[in-house]
Design a binder for this molecule. Structure first.
Ligand code: SAM
Length: 293
């Protein structure tokens, strides 16, 4: 049974007596065009694998199974397992795992399920309540990924793809763009889901870079500087850095800013990723030297 249409999705939910749970971000996609566009954006073929987070009743999973060599779908809600058994029965290349994606050993899952394939991607209509933790765990775990193509809230999609200097640019933009090429592939209205979410949504396409966009000697320290720079958006970079690293470090902070040619009066949101990397490195050297003597 194809469940990409409102009447069929409603019928199968009724058949199994399931009311969608808001607390699990259950907004099921019921628009075949949107589903096709998501799958197309992931550039799948029969030699590629795909991890789907939250298959729900299986509408996107059915499209993925048609396009990819192997699909692994992780669903947290036990009630949906019998539904998936029915809707995915015709597809021999799909495995459904019951569990919480945030508790999974993802490197192991990729090694066990996708080895021997040409590439692997993540494709999902994400549960919006955990979008950021899911994206961060996919990126920080350094998985062998080609694309991450996911439906998220429109406002989150804008943040992920935001360029420096724009209102939406922040530490999430930097965390994502440090490792990926980010692009908003489509904006969709609430009417393509049942039940309808309260917000507009967008499909974001992240193409994982072969190596991070910029070089830094200490990645976690760079992100420490990034978070500090955005702690209070109305404050200058110098004020935010002082708040994080201490007023007594003002000289080291100013020297690092001078060395990298960054005006201390600028705001964090105007710095490019390359500038954050340079500043992080300069600051790490001076602060480490400062604390050593
Ligand atoms: N893929 C389906 C579709 O497009 O119609 C459902 C998408 S729905 C927005 C999100 C799905 O993620 C739900 O099925 C929900 O139960 C599941 N989910 C929520 N939190 C999860 C988690 N931590 N791990 C795995 N699945 C989760």
């Amino acid at each position: 049974m194809n469940v990409s249409h409102p009447a069929q999705a409603a019928a199968i939910l009724r058949k199994y007596g399931i009311a969608p749970k808001k607390s699990l971000g259950q907004n099921f996609l019921v628009d075949a065009n949107v589903l096709r566009n998501i799958v197309r954006a992931a550039e799948l073929d029969k030699e590629k694998g795909v991890l789907e987070i939250g298959p729900g009743i299986g509408a996107l999973t059915q499209h993925l199974a048609e396009a990819a060599g192997r699909v692994v779908a992780v669903e947290i809600d036990r009630r949906l397992l019998p539904v998936l058994e029915e809707t995915l029965a015709p597809y021999g290349n799909v495995a459904v795992i019951h569990g919480d994606i945030l508790a999974m050993d993802l490197p192991r899952l990729f090694a066990e399920r996708f080895s021997g394939l040409k590439a692997a991607s993540v494709v999902a209509n994400l549960p919006y309540y955990v979008t950021t933790p899911i994206l961060m765990s996919l990126l920080e775990t350094d998985l062998p990924l080609e694309f991450i193509v996911v439906m998220v809230q429109k406002e989150v999609a804008e943040r992920l793809a935001a360029p420096p200097g724009s209102k939406a640019y922040g530490s999430l933009s930097i965390a994502v763009q440090y490792r990926c090429e980010a692009e908003v592939a489509a904006v969709v209205p609430p009417t393509v889901f049942i039940p309808r979410p309260d917000v507009d949504s967008a499909v974001i396409r992240l193409r994982k870079l072969d190596r991070p966009r910029v070089k830094t000697e200490d990645e976690s320290f760079m992100f420490d500087v990034v978070r500090a720079a955005f702690a209070q958006r109305r404050k200058t970079l110098l004020n935010n850095l002082q708040a994080r690293f201490g007023k007594d470090r003002k000289e080291a902070l100013l020297a690092a800013l001078a060395e990298t040619g960054i005006d201390p009066g600028r705001r964090g949101e105007t710095l490019s990723i390359a500038e954050f990397a340079a500043l992080g490195d300069a600051l790490a050297r001076r602060l480490k030297r400062g604390s050593a003597g």
